[in-house]
Structure formats: structure tokens, C-alpha cells
Design a protein around this ligand. Sequence first.
Ligand SMILES: O=C(O)CCC(=O)C(=O)O
Ligand SMILES: [Fe+2]
Length: 307
Amino acid sequence: MIPVLDWARFATGTDRAGFVRDLGHACRDTGFFLVTGHGIPQSLIDDTFAAADAFFAQPDAVKAQADIRNSKNNRGWSAEGTENLDDSKPDQTDRKEAFNIGLELSADDPRVSEPFRGPNLWPDLPGFRGTALAYFDAVHRLGIDLHRPIALDLGLDEHYFAPFLDSPLATLRMLRYPGGTAEPGKIGAGAHTDYGSITLLMGDGEPGLQVQPRGKDWIDVPHVPGAFIVNIADCLMRWTNDVYVSTPHRVQIPKNPRRSMAFFLDPNPDAVIEALPGTGAAKYPPVTGAEYLKMRLDATYAEKVTM
Ligand SMILES: O=C(O)CCC(=O)C(=O)O
Ligand SMILES: [Fe+2]
């Protein structure tokens, strides 16, 4: 039900048509697929997990120096107990902590004045910044590449999406879920859909992630070592005029501590998200990438962040 797709079939050209067909089916059906053969070195993935571990191992008072509530652009540390991703359960709290990193721009880059731009909050840990940025760039590139078969599946030019994703409002979110047993009113991460175009998620093998294909029961997402779990998010669903589906997912409280890294590929702030050619009469008015993200973050955080 959650297909495993070998990116090399597309990248090396041995089976481009078959890859596009299988990927297109996954995007229209469950909205989730696993990607192997992506070429991102396991050593970079391991180093980034290690950097996240080093950050989360610090005392709360140190982590709070990068508190996301002091950031105007959704960067930094979000403490355990401060989020609730499930809109339908206002009394539920997520048992997780997170650290957000956005596109790194120098202070004199003209783009810094755009919405959601601004400084990353870097912890004082040797090697953290370099490793996190190398991972950010590698996964950003893979995210853009995955939009090539997506474009072909939708009958568009292979590189249609590239200009909308080259300077994205993307967020790399390092996540840590403490292990334990079920607790009333608590979950690892409440049921939600993601906001962006696609999300590329790397897990550490500890179970907990579940998805609910529309109209069906919750299922566990299998762990394939080294594979990215990719899902269609709400902005791409809207862009495709609902031809593709974003799928609710959640994280159960894991038995052991669980780490993951989610890369949310939200489009460029000025990308106009309107029904793609060939997807029929538009169901939604056009919106820019920045407007769409603002709408979603406002809805999540205005009511949810407990100060
Ligand atoms: O940690 C995970 O496996 C999923 C996290 C997630 O869905 C999210 O942060 O949006
Ligand atoms: Fe998610």
C-alpha cells in the first residue's frame, strides 16, 4: 500500500516511464511512498542525526536560548509539550521536541526581506551548522528532483516546478520523541497533514509513524533503512486541484526514544499556487506560497502554543 520506489530507475534513465507511472499512482492514491536509491550518503544522514542528538542532549535552559517563540520566522527549538498538531483534539499534546532550520541566507542577500526569511538560530555546537546545512541542501535537491517525475505524471514539462522551488520556504525539522507508554491526552505527534508541496522524512527505525489513507484505517509505515518517506502535502494537493492527495499521519508514543528529520518543501514565497494546466476547473483561488504558509502556521500556532 505504501510503495517503495527506486529513484535510480528514473535518475539513470533505465525505467523512467515505469517510475513516473508508479510515482503518479502513489501520489493519487495513498499520497505516501518510500524512496531508495536516492544517492544521499548514509554518512551524511548519520552525521545529521548525531548533530540533532547533541542538540537535544543539552539542558532545556541552553536549548531555550534558541526558543522558537522568540523567532519571527519559525526557526529554533520547540520544547516538549508546546505543540498539538491535531486540530480536532484541542486537549491533546504532542510528546516531542523539535528544532527548525530554514533556508540559510547571508544578511546582505536581497531575499532576507521576504516573508518568513531571517536568521537561523544556530546552537553553539561544533560542526552542527555545517552538517545541518549540508543535509538541508542535499534533501532540498532531492525534493526538487522528485518534482520532475511528478511534472511528467501531470503532463507538464519535466522542469516545470524547478523555478517555484529553488528558493523555498522549506524547513528542516529535527524531531525527538521520548520513549514511554501511552498516556491520556498525549501522543507523539497528533494526526495532521503537512502544509508544503512534499515532505521528505528520514526515520531512525523506531516504530511509531502511521498514516491513514483516505477512507481507510491507520497503517504503520514500514522502515526501510536509508529510504526517505515522502508524502504529498496540502499545498501540492491544492496546486494539483486535488488530483494528488495529502494524507493524514501521526506518531504514536514510541517504546524507545525516537528521532526523525522532516524536510518540508514549501514553495518559494512568490510562487503562485493555482490549478495546474490540465487539472480541470480551478477549485481554489490562486494564492502565493507565502500567503498559503502564513494561513497554515497562523491556524496551527495562534491557538496551540501554550506559553
Ligand atoms: O516524526 C515523524 O515520523 C513524522 C513527523 C511529522 O509528520 C511532522 O512533523 O510533520
Ligand atoms: Fe507531518
